[in-house]
Structure formats: C-alpha cells, structure tokens
Write a protein that binds this ligand. Structure first.
Ligand code: G6P
Length: 620
C-alpha cells in the first residue's frame, strides 16, 4: 500500500524515480508525485491525482529538464487520510518548501500533532497525516539539539510518531543525502556502484542492482552516492540484513502479455515447482527457517491459520490436509477477526500466518498477538525478509516470484503448496505419517506443476465462455470439501476484477438459502470433486446441479476429465486433469482465474489495477 522510492547517485534522479514508480504502481494508484533536489538548494516537486501517467504528462508539460538533479524521491498513493486529489498527493512539504516527505502507513497520533502545529500557527495544506511530519522535521532541523542535522531531526520526529510508517525525507539544504525511516511498513535499500536506493520493494531498483539490504524495525538509513548508514531511532549504529535478490528484471516485466496478471496465471506451473524445490531432502520435508525445535512441533495440539483475502482461502484448503495428515484440530481465521476475538492460544498452539507480501497489517498484528500469548508462529510468505517472517518462529517461502497483478493468482497456488508442505512437516515431526507416506504425498505434489500446465490448455474455451457471460448481473460458485474454498476464491476473483456480484457457497448449503437466488440464465459455476476420489460427494453435487438446472440456471461445471456422469447437467463443461482429492484446488482454481480476467477484460477494466484495491494492505 503506497509505493516509495528514493535515489542518490550519478544518474538523473527523475528517470530513476519514475522507473521505480512504474514498478511500484501496483501498491497504490490513486495519485503520484516526485521531488528532485537540484543540488543548488532548491527542491522541485510535482504531484498529480490519478495514475502515474497523469504525473508523467504533467512533467512533460512542465519540461522534464527543469527537474534536473541526482537525488530525488517519488510516491504512488493509496489514499487513507483525505481523498485522492492533487493537494493530498505526496511528497508533502513544510511551509518554507525545504523539506519533502513521502510516507506509507498511518500515523495514528496525527490529530494530536496537527493540533499542536496549528496552535503554533502552521497552516496545513492537505488533509493527510503525512504533512505533519514535514513540518515537524523542518522545525527540528531549524532549531534546538538537532539543528542542521537531517538524520537526527528525522529520528527525533520518528520517536514521537505512533502507528506504522515508512518515511523518506529530503531537505533542500542537504542535496547529497536522503533519509528514510521504518516502523512496521516495508523499506529496502538498494546498493549500487556510486548510487543507492531506498524503496518499498526491490522491484523499484532491480533494473539497477540486485544487492539489497533490509532495513529493520525502528531503524533509520541515510543514503548517499557512496554508501549508506543505519541507526536505530536513538541514533545508535544498527545492523540491517543484506541479501541478493534471486530474480531479475524480466520477472517484473509483462513479457509480451497485456497484463501482469495474465503472465502470472501462466507462470503458475513454475511458481509451484519453485515453491516445492529444495524442501524434500534425504526423505525429509524441510522449512526455510526454523527457530523452533522438532519437539516444539511435536507438542503442538492445535493449529490456527490466519490470513486475509486469497491467502485466507489458501488456509481454508490447508485445513482439510492438515487435519487429515496430522490429526490436529485446525481453525482458519481472517486475521482481522482473530486478534479482536479472544482466541485460546498457548505455547502448544501453532499459528500459521499466510501472506504473499508479508506486510499485510492485519496478519502482522495477528502474529504479534499470537506471540504475546506465547503461541508458535510459522510464516508462509512470498517476500524475502518481510516483517511477518521476521517476527515468526519459522518460515516457509513461496518462491512464486514477484506478483504484480493486484489480485493474487500464482502466489495463491504457491500458498496452497506451501501450506501442504507445512502439513507434511508437522505430520513428519509428529509421526502421524510414515516417511514413505510423506514421500508419496510429496511426489504427488511434485506432479502438480505439470497438471496446472495442462489445465492452462483450457484457456481459450474458458475465455470464450467469459465473453458469453460478461453481461450477467451476478455469478454464483458452488463446491464441497476442498472445492468450497475454490468456489470462494473464484467468487473473490470475479468481484475484484470484474466488479460483479459473485458469491461462493458450500453446495450443501444450497437449500438453506442460496437456492432462492437462482433465476433463469444465472451463471452458476460448480467445482466437482473427483468421481473416484470422493464418490459420495460427487453424487451429492450432481443432485445439487440438477436442482439448480431445473430452476433455469446456466450451469458451468469444472470437472475431472472423463467425469461422464456430470456431462448431462453441464451447460458448459471445463475439464481439468485428475489429481488426488486434496490437490484438486491447485488445478480447479486456474479456470476460475482465467474466467474472471476475461470477464473483466470484456467489460473494459484494468485487470492489474482494479478500482479501490491495492496489492498489499498495510493499514488495518
Ligand atoms: C489484498 C490483495 C489480495 C491478497 C490480500 C492478502 O487484498 O489484493 O490479492 O490476497 O491482500 O495479501 P497478502 O500479501 O497478505 O497475501
């Protein structure tokens, strides 16, 4: 949520910053802005409501040469305080136009800070929480103990702030430095040759360097052309963790596709293979980081999966596997509900926190709550070194590569696979599965990339169907067992991308309400279980389909190849490869992603950047 980039080096900062913002636009896209230090004591700022393209057009009109300078920063916004209009766009400045600030997160005590500033006669030019920090930093730099010292001024202000924030600060009088601070929101440093970067995400600078450093909680970094220096908020030297980005620029480009999401759907076989790779060694499942003894895993007597959005649906799928393999009770809960309930947690509870970004605020707070209650936390995450894995006892990374489309696709499938690895690791540690059974389950998982590849061959058929039903008023999705979370995910994709009313239901609930929604020609998507694997459920679903068909609905059936029994009930039949029961979500979800993307495309929407959404939600 909100993309941030800062640069000091030997290139024109405006070009580097705009290049970075283009790669960060998925984080928020309701306004954008840049600030460049011209080296002669002047700060040039431009900002514009709407997509980044609006800002670029304005910069062209202004004349880009008037933004010459080798230090600068930029921001792409997802509005929290104040509507997305020019005046609320970042960077924000102090009254003398010497300090500029960009910010991600929410400053919770901003009302108090605002009142204090207004009492001192400061006139605030925006509705944002961010602007208060620009005035406070300018004041700290002007007088008192921190006078003339930008890093010290930023640290002093950070100590006063409550909430979550990443701040990047420039001062016209310090043209060769950029100062950035972080609490609970992400920030990475890019280390180049004679140039340094700060950004919300490595994607912003991957074009220039793959050497990165992860800024820790409550740390401040000063970047210059020749180096970077990290301290804590008190000014003491602090350690930040260096790492090398294990993907390159091509992974963050569209690669010939119109949209990132379409590329990401096609990358799913690789995302699965990369997630599984290296996790089965000498007959044993291994995690990426384990700061827990095997005995701790043996002592676990209850599992919670906490997550948001698609990640939550991956948890719903995992419940079936973990309960079955480990004989442990598993509760799956929306992170935003979990921490405000009073969940019963102790040191024998394992909380699995699933998050693509590793920075979703609700999930992060759920992790913190769980740890306060002494529960063990295992993170399943797609972003190296993000806050959630940093604060967890164990980590399993989904190596799906960067996911730029706002609606999750490849990260979702990778989360299901990773959650299954967690289940197998638990079964192995607890002895509820013999080693040869774990090996067999892993071997089946290892076949799923090929099955997903085969499923992608249904694309043309699914897209044609999408175009046919694109004008429908609503679409319903039904499933049973692991097909139920698949139905929920199919409905979520359609809501997110096509702004269409879509609901997923457990098919068994049909007669308890949803059947009242059935009307002539309403598209209903049904995820069929395998006729061999789950024969009882299969016949129950066939009955459900005939009930809705009898009431005039248009049935779209996702079924295993060779499932002839369901054929007479399917107005449209999409065949997916046969898999074992628990692995079916990995293939059955794929046509639903393609369907949602095509419906959205037919309706003329930007499927990478759906309205009102952002990819990583760093506010509660
Ligand atoms: C947002 C995204 C979803 C994602 C959810 C959780 O709503 O649009 O695609 O599933 O956040 O994100 P996380 O990064 O925690 O997996």
């Amino acid at each position: 949520m909100c993309g941030i980039v800062g640069y000091v080096g030997h290139r024109q900062a405006l070009d580097v910053v705009l290049g970075g913002l283009r790669r960060l636009e998925y984080r928020g896209y309701d306004s954008a802005g840049v600030a460049v230090l011209d080296g002669a004591g002047a700060l040039r700022v431009q900002r514009k409501a709407g997509r980044l393209a609006n800002l670029e057009a304005q910069l062209d009109a202004d004349g880009r040469q008037t933004f010459a300078g080798t230090a600068g920063m930029g921001h792409t916004r997802w509005a929290t305080h104040g509507p997305p209009v020019d005046r609320n766009s970042h960077p924000h400045r102090d009254a003398s136009n010497t300090v500029a600030v960009v910010h991600n997160g929410i400053i919770e005590n901003f009302a108090e800070l605002r009142t204090e500033l207004e009492a001192e006669g400061v006139e605030l030019a925006s509705d944002t929480d961010t602007e208060t920090t620009a005035h406070l930093i300018a004041a700290a730099y002007a007088t008192g103990e921190t006078a003339g010292d930008l890093p010290a001024s930023v640290r002093a202000v950070c100590r006063r702030l409550e909430g979550a924030f990443t701040l990047v600060v420039t001062h016209a009088g310090v043209p060769d430095q950029i100062v950035a601070a972080r609490r609970s929101s992400p920030l990475v440093i890019g280390v180049g040759d004679g140039e340094h970067f700060v950004a919300s995400d490595v994607a912003a600078f991957i074009e220039h360097t793959r050497e990165a450093v992860e800024l820790g909680q409550d740390q401040v970094v000063v970047i210059s052309r020749d180096g970077y220096e990290v301290t804590d908020f008190a000014g003491e030297p602090a350690q930040a963790k260096p790492f090398t980005v294990d993907w390159d620029l091509s992974a963050a480009e569209k690669g010939g596709h119109d949209y990132f999401m379409l590329k990401e759907i096609e990358e799913q076989p690789d995302a699965l293979a990369n997630t599984l790779r290296g996790h089965f060694h000498n007959g044993r499942i291994t995690l990426d980081e384990q700061r827990l003894a095997d005995q701790d895993l043996r002592d676990i007597d209850k599992v919670f999966v906490v997550a948001c959005g698609s990640a939550y649906h991956s948890g719903l799928v995992a419940k079936y596997a973990i309960e079955h393999w480990c004989r442990l009770p598993v509760e799956v809960e929306l992170a935003s509900e979990f921490r405000y309930r009073d969940p019963v947690l102790d040191r024998d509870t394992l909380v699995v926190a699933v998050s693509q970004s590793g920075e979703t605020m609700d999930t992060l707070e759920a992790v913190r709550h769980a740890r306060e209650q002494k529960a063990r936390v295992l993170a399943v995450c797609n972003t190296n070194g993000a806050q959630i894995p940093r604060e967890s006892d164990a980590v399993l990374y989904t190596h799906a590569g960067p996911e730029i489309g706002v609606a999750s696709t490849k990260a979702f499938l990778a989360q299901i696979a990773a959650n299954y690895l967690v289940g197998l690791a638990l079964a192995q540690a607890r002895g509820t599965k013999y080693p040869d059974e774990v090996a067999r389950e892993f071997a089946e998982l290892a076949n799923t990339p090929a099955a997903v590849q085969k499923t992608l061959a249904t694309s043309e058929q699914v897209r044609a169907l999408g175009r046919e039903i694109a004008d429908s008023k609503a679409v319903l999705f039904l499933g049973r067992h692991v097909g139920f979370p698949v139905a929920l995910e199919g409905a979520l994709k359609l809501k997110e991308l096509a702004y269409m009313h879509a609901e997923g239901f457990a098919a068994g609930e049909l007669k308890h309400g949803p059947i009242a929604l059935i009307e002539q020609d309403l598209p209903v998507v049904i995820v069929m279980p395998s006729p061999k694997g789950r024969a009882v459920l299969h016949s129950k679903l066939v009955s459900n389909i005939s009930e809705i068909q009898a009431r005039g609905a248009r049935t779209i059936v996702i079924a295993e190849e060779g499932d002839d029994a369901v054929r007479p009930y399917a107005d449209s039949l999409i065949e997916i490869p046969a898999t074992s029961t628990l692995l079916q979500p990995l293939v059955a979800t794929v046509p639903l992603q393609i369907l949602a993307a095509e419906i959205a495309r037919s309706r003329g929407y930007d499927i990478d950047k759906p309205r009102n959404l952002a990819k990583s939600v760093t506010v509660e």
